[in-house]
Write a new protein. Structure first.
Length: 92
């Protein structure tokens, strides 16, 4: 499912236009979740899961083409941990 399909489904269930649904979805994901996680906050959605940010330390890796060691810079990664309710719904 992509953003357009999600918007269509939300629009049908909420009895709003597809454009309104897509605007709401964009607002939630881009303007709320992304900004909060970028600033270091976790976003917890009850019954769904938690979006967070983890820091990866700098390390030495191997270039697969040359087999030479190379430095990999520290970075930040997005994490998502599904809630128990979400896991149960998927498995049940």
């Amino acid at each position: 499912m992509n953003k357009v399909e999600l918007g269509a489904e939300v629009a049908a269930k909420a009895n709003i236009t597809k454009k309104q649904a897509e605007e709401i979805i964009t607002l939630i994901f881009n303007n709320i979740i992304v900004k909060k996680v970028k600033s270091g906050e976790d976003v917890k959605i009850a019954g769904f899961g938690t979006f967070g940010r983890k820091t990866r330390a700098a390390r030495t890796g191997i270039n697969p083409q040359t087999k030479q060691p190379m430095k990999i810079a520290a970075s930040k990664a997005v994490s998502f941990k599904a809630s128990a309710t979400f896991k149960a719904a998927v498995n049940g």
